[in-house]
Design a protein around this ligand. Structure first.
Ligand code: ADP
Length: 397
């Protein structure tokens, strides 16, 4: 039994629904979990609480059934009545959404309009919102956009050098992703290092299966590595990141690939997986590399080289670098990739403290640079907390 106010955070994809129930102001969820394979015969939902993990079959059910199972589970734990608002993660808010918003019919129409820019994500978010509205008709619901934090990028940073009519007619430009994480890390870094909120420069490397880096000046994003879609920029688990577009047309002609074939190649078969032929997973690659697999070693070296190269480029949007922060599953855990990256960045004054880098443990903020060098930090991101905070603020809770 609880008497506090809880925020339910929902991250809904086309076939999955992730959730976290956070007491207001807390970063420790009472409940978290995931419904997956929605709409398929083996759809299931996994609940994680302090008591442990529980998996239930959804018997082929989809988002509505997942939401029903979630509300039933919350009811059994007497959490249902203390939920005061719901926050939804939305991948793409286009140019329309510069910040989080309370859901209204107009906001829903705006998210619908952005479906063309994120056809694999936004339609799933809308399904999740409708299911949540049905399950919690009386509660305020808020949307938090992955793109919103990057809306402060200046025009020269977000335009592509193609005829401008593509921007004007279809919205073809760089938007950036992972904005909720970049915003969280920027705010925490200012607090942690006691920087002046109105005068600072921070580089952020959010490195998970998807990865992006950004340059934040005085609280505002000035540039980021992801583009119109999450394919641009860094090398990722299965995504190529930057590649000469002419190399893509060359490969397509050689292999007879159509547009879907190219999409699949660059999004699903490239990146760490494509280079190594071993895995998209950093842990598996580190193991293979330690055993002498040269392709895994190359994949890790390329990851670090690309990251250092793009961080160097991002730095040109700042007046100075107060800190470089590593976050995300790889950023928080891979001392190897942090060290490789920092060793590439001596020109910007970075010098890794090998012992501090090895000591940095997931969940704890830690400086990993030598005294007197440019500061590098490891910090845990918390997108759910950020979504819950925006939700509480906008819902006036
Ligand atoms: P997502 O982008 O899906 O949220 P995460 O942020 O969880 O992904 O990051 C997943 C990545 O983090 C994987 O490549 C995984 O191998 C890597 N990772 C997790 N733990 C470790 C570890 N101890 N050492 C190296 N890499 C790790």
């Amino acid at each position: 039994m609880t008497t506090s106010s809880e925020i339910l955070v929902i991250n809904c994809g086309s076939s999955s629904l992730k959730f976290a129930l956070l007491p207001k102001g807390s970063s420790e969820p009472l409940l978290s979990g995931l419904a997956e394979c929605l709409g398929l015969a083996d759809s299931r939902i996994i609940f994680k609480t302090a008591e442990g993990k529980k998996t239930e079959s959804l018997n082929g059910g989809s988002h509505a059934e997942a939401m029903e199972a979630l509300t039933r589970f919350m009811g059994e734990h007497e959490w249902l009545d203390s939920v005061v608002a719901i926050g939804h993660r939305i991948v793409h808010g286009g140019e329309r959404f510069q910040a989080s918003a309370l859901i209204t019919d107009e906001v829903l129409a705006g998210i619908e309009e952005c479906c063309a820019l994120a056809p694999l994500h936004n339609p799933g978010h809308l399904v999740g919102i409708r299911a949540a509205q049905k399950a919690f008709p009386k509660l305020p619901q808020v949307v938090v956009f992955d793109t919103a934090f990057h809306q402060t990028m200046p025009k020269p940073a977000y335009m592509y050098a193609v005829p401008q009519r593509f921007y004007k007619e279809y919205g073809v430009r760089r938007y950036g992703m992972h904005g909720t994480s970049h915003r969280f890390i920027a705010g925490e870094t200012v607090a942690e290092l006691k920087l002046d909120p109105a005068n600072h420069g921070i580089l952020i490397a959010h490195l998970g299966n998807g990865a992006s880096a950004s340059a934040v000046k005085n609280g505002k994003c000035m540039d980021t590595t992801m583009g119109m879609t999450p394919l641009e920029g860094l090398i990722m688990g299965t995504r190529s990141g930057d590649i000469d577009p002419a190399a893509v047309t060359f490969i397509a002609r050689k292999e007879g690939l159509d547009l879907d074939g190219i999409d699949n190649l660059l999004n699903k078969q490239s990146g760490l997986l494509g280079i190594s032929g071993v895995s998209s997973d950093c842990r598996a690659l580190e193991e293979a590399a330690a055993e002498g697999n040269v392709d895994a070693q190359l994949a890790l070296d390329m990851f670090a080289h690309r990251l250092a190269r793009l961080l160097g480029g991002l730095a040109t949007s700042l007046d100075r670098i107060d800190a470089l922060v590593f976050t995300g599953g790889i950023g928080e855990n891979s001392s190897l990739l942090r060290e490789k990256t920092l060793n590439h960045m001596k020109v910007l004054g970075f010098a890794v403290d090998a012992a501090a880098n090895e000591r940095a443990v997931r969940g704890n903020t830690g400086v990993i640079s030598q005294p007197g060098s440019t500061t590098a930090l490891v910090m845990a991101t918390n997108e759910e907390w950020m979504i819950a905070k925006d939700t509480a603020d906008l819902a006036g809770i």
